[in-house]
Design a protein around this ligand. Sequence first.
Ligand SMILES: *Cc1c(COP(=O)(O)O)cnc(C)c1O
Length: 458
Amino acid sequence: MEFKTIIEPFKIKSVEPLHISTEEERKVYLKTAHYNPFLLTSDQVIIDFLTDSGTSAMSAHQWAGIMEGDEAYAGSESWLRMQHVIQNLTGFEYILPTHQGRAAERILYGNIGGKGKIFISNTHFDTTRANIEVTGAEAIDIPIAESKEPSLLHPFKGNMDIEQLKLQLAKHGKNVAAVILTVTNNSGGGQPVSMSNARAVSELCKEFGVLYILDCCRIAENAYFIKHREEGFENYSYEGIAQEMFRLTDGAIMSAKKDALVNMGGFLAVKDLELWEECKNTLIIGEGFNTYGGLSGRDMEAIAIGLKEVFDPGYLKYRIRSTTYLGEKLSALGVPLMLPIGGHAVYIDAKAMYPHIAVDQYPGQALAGEMYLKGGIRAAEIGSVMFGKYDDNHKLIPHTMELVRLAIPRRVYTQSHIEYVIEVFADMMKNKDSVRGYKITSEPKFLRHFSAHFAPMG
Ligand SMILES: *Cc1c(COP(=O)(O)O)cnc(C)c1O
């Protein structure tokens, strides 16, 4: 008998208190944070869905590994173990450790980018885009058309548009520095990419002689979807699926803060020795020697263990099923969602939830504010605050979608935390038509969502 209840495939050994606040207190906290949830302090938050990045709970095995960390400056054994696990997973010989994903991005895209260069992706994640644009290069997103319809069902909505890729490669020729496939597609709704899509991208990159990079932050979650949705993979292990996908590419960038189940770390892995040598020089200048790259030995030990644990079938089933559970319950309440529900997060279509708020008054930011006020739940806007641009008259060029992401930390919250979130949303649905939008009162030049200030519209 297969029971319906999803039990967490772990029990709790160490606990961390939650700070419970009242709605009155949260009104003051949110105003003080200039209505930007990124500027709240964590003790002002009850359930933190801001990100699944670096927020995982480590296992007892990983904590034991922390004590085993070899802190040697050069040739640390923990590095050798981490390197071995990554080589085995990716099939790439040349690995560099970095303190997080964006450091690997800065190093690689700094080396191959520059003015006149083009990068093409299913969707560039925000730090990816920033690290490309800061070199003067251009980042082009070509997700499949289906990805732009939030309520449309498609098993692999994270896929890249292959026809578009062909056109872009033909158009930009030698100026294309790399094609980046992001799995799962974080900014595109946490949607998976199929193996056949990854293969089609590979064939075109080979034909045009272009470097093919996998942004593999959520490679295990993506493998889960392939096993259960794509024909021919039923009998593969999750790790086997990931290995097959890496083998199609020339290199990979990973933020270990996602599917390596750790709080800090990342890596760059490449096939080509010359490219690795160039990147190694940048790493040593900015991050540290190439056997630690900005990480402690203990961090590298935890990554080596986490990268194995994440492919455990019991863990992945719980992970994906529990995210789906939250999504299905919110859907049943009438909350408009990005469908189907992705791997690490539930994405709410704020434009559909608050049709009375104009896009230049940021419905996503309004929803994030409301969730916080009502339930102390923190979440990130993924819409025109994150990706909006201005035209020459400082008029907003909105993003294609106005989403709010409830990103679920790995192995952190229990079923009753999730039931609480569902109850808060049931309450929010009652007065959703009276929620107001925001205006931006100050913003930085890059990655403005992290630190912009807002004020509610009158
Ligand atoms: C998190 C993330 C990154 C950047 O990694 P950091 O560790 O946050 O620097 C890059 N790409 C994707 C898809 C991500 O989710």
